[in-house]
Ligand binder design. Structure first.
Ligand code: BEZ
Length: 212
């Protein structure tokens, strides 16, 4: 069965371009973006892995580690990494899991045979420090992902965890947020939202982004 939001993600031990990885130990107390791609030495994947490396400082700021996966072996990854670094003008600064035996792909349901036979499609899993699945997105092989969107969702998730706000359509860092519907007590509202809020409707209450 596929993983659902809120599930505890399964642990695994697998080979990678940075040696064997026990996922829980490697993740530690960090957030994690675990993402699969169809195959080494393919054009879209080359651009994606370069983009994630370029965004390292943005992931670091948010306490996020990144890890990629395909069903190619470590030797293939090591050769391809040289191409990524050459063509994308980056140093690859995170591991690529070598999931030749499909151990991780199977438990994370990363192979969708009616879309792409026997290869992983483009899945993205955002996992929090408690190892809970917080976001899951699936893209077809032919569409490269927008990792700035993944950062935007992580910003939203972290705001929700810390400040009891949700984020409205097209929200970006610095925009007003919405107060989660579960908070209705006036004292709690005053304590949690000292900048005040605008009750557009009883269920739609806008407040300035709390950490700005
Ligand atoms: C790519 O990464 O370019 C790619 C991989 C599989 C199918 C289509 C595109």
């Amino acid at each position: 069965m596929s993983l659902r939001l809120g599930d505890t993600v399964p642990n695994f031990t697998q080979a990678s371009s940075e040696g064997e990885i026990n996922f829980y130990d490697w993740a530690g107390d960090s957030w994690v973006v675990l993402f699969s791609h169809p195959k080494d030495y393919t054009p879209v994947c080359t651009t994606e892995l370069g983009a994630v490396a370029r965004l390292k400082s943005e992931f670091d700021k948010r306490g996020v580690k990144t890890i990629a996966l395909s069903v190619d072996d470590v030797d293939s990854h090591m050769g391809w990494i040289k191409d990524i670094e050459e063509t994308q003008k980056v140093t690859l600064n995170y591991p690529i899991l070598a999931d030749g035996d499909r151990k991780v792909s199977d438990i994370y349901d990363m192979i969708h045979p009616n879309s792409l036979n026997n290869l992983t499609i483009r899945t993205v899993f955002v996992i929090d420090p408690q190892k809970k699945l917080r976001l899951s997105i699936t893209y077809p092989a032919s569409t490269g992902r927008n990792f700035n969107e993944i950062l935007r969702v992580i910003d939203s998730l972290q705001l929700t965890d810390k400040y009891s706000v949700a984020t409205p359509v097209d929200w970006k860092d610095g925009d007003d947020c919405v107060i989660v519907p579960s908070i209705t007590d006036p004292k709690e509202l005053a304590e949690k939202f000292p900048k005040g809020y605008t009750p557009v409707k009883p269920y739609l209450r806008m407040t300035p982004q709390p950490n700005k």
